[in-house]
Design a protein around this ligand. Structure first.
Ligand SMILES: Nc1ncnc2c1ncn2[C@@H]1O[C@H](COP(=O)(O)OP(=O)(O)O)[C@@H](O)[C@H]1O
Ligand SMILES: [Mg+2]
Length: 219
């Protein structure tokens, strides 16, 4: 489903990804581990096409995304669910509006939007907070809004970069539980974290990023 082939990324002298080869199958749970600065975000951004490789290829469902033009990249990204550490919510929009916003640009009717937004907010356990603004939400709730927004187009692949990085351990565990529920429903999850404690919660494939290389430990 996803294959990195000799993926190399260099920033000036710094070789961040050094001929990385790896495969991720549909339905997998993948922990992307490694200390701060090891290259996890670079790998994630290359997989969403936001960072271009110095050389090498990334094949997703038989298509080479390093060859995509802007339009193809946009379509590809729309099929992914992407979650970041800092939530990236619009501060002047409610939870509902933050999620709806992701559909508005895509030509859906108001009824379709309402039905889908209610569905995903329910799924992440936030139905009751739908009209709250981000400043009224806890960190965990803000991340649930971001996850609801990521689910809007029913992605088969969820990519999360340190999604629990700003959360206390108990709240973080709840967020991992939510991702696990989605994974059990068949969604492929790639979860980047520097926090080894989280790994005990879900038995998956572990990719360690170390000096540009990937070491794989399969569960
Ligand atoms: N845009 C950039 N320009 C130059 N160097 C970068 C850039 N992005 C990341 N780096 C460097 O690449 C290395 C890996 O960073 P990153 O992928 O963010 O690691 P991680 O997510 O594991 O903390 C770091 O040394 C970082 O300083
Ligand atoms: Mg990072």
């Amino acid at each position: 489903m996803i294959e990195f082939k000799n993926a190399t990324k260099q920033y000036g002298e710094r070789l961040v990804l050094d001929n990385v080869n790896l495969q991720i199958q549909g339905g997998d749970w993948v922990w992307l581990m490694g200390p701060s600065g090891s290259g996890k975000t670079t790998l994630v951004l290359s997989l969403i096409g936001a960072v271009s490789l110095t050389h090498g290829n990334i094949i997703v469902d038989r298509y080479d995304l390093t060859k995509f033009n802007q339009k193809a990249l946009q379509e590809y990204r729309r099929r992914l669910g992407i979650v970041f550490q800092d939530y990236k919510l619009l501060p002047k929009k409610t939870a509902y509006e933050n999620v709806a916003f992701a559909m508005e640009a895509c030509g859906y009717s108001e009824d379709q939007i309402k039905k889908r937004v209610d569905e995903v907010l329910e799924k992440v356990g936030l139905a009751a907070a739908r009209h709250h603004f981000p400043h009224m939400l806890s960190g965990g709730e803000k991340q649930r809004v971001a996850i609801a927004r990521a689910l809007i187009h029913e992605p088969r692949l969820l990519i999360a970069d340190e999604p629990t990085g700003n959360l206390d351990p108990k709240t973080a565990a709840g967020i991992v539980d939510l991702f696990q529920k989605l994974n059990i429903e068949g969604v492929t999850v790639i979860f980047a974290t520097h926090n080894g404690n989280l790994l005990r919660q879900v038995n998956g494939k572990v990719l360690y990023v170390e000096e540009g290389k990937i070491r794989t430990v399969s569960a």
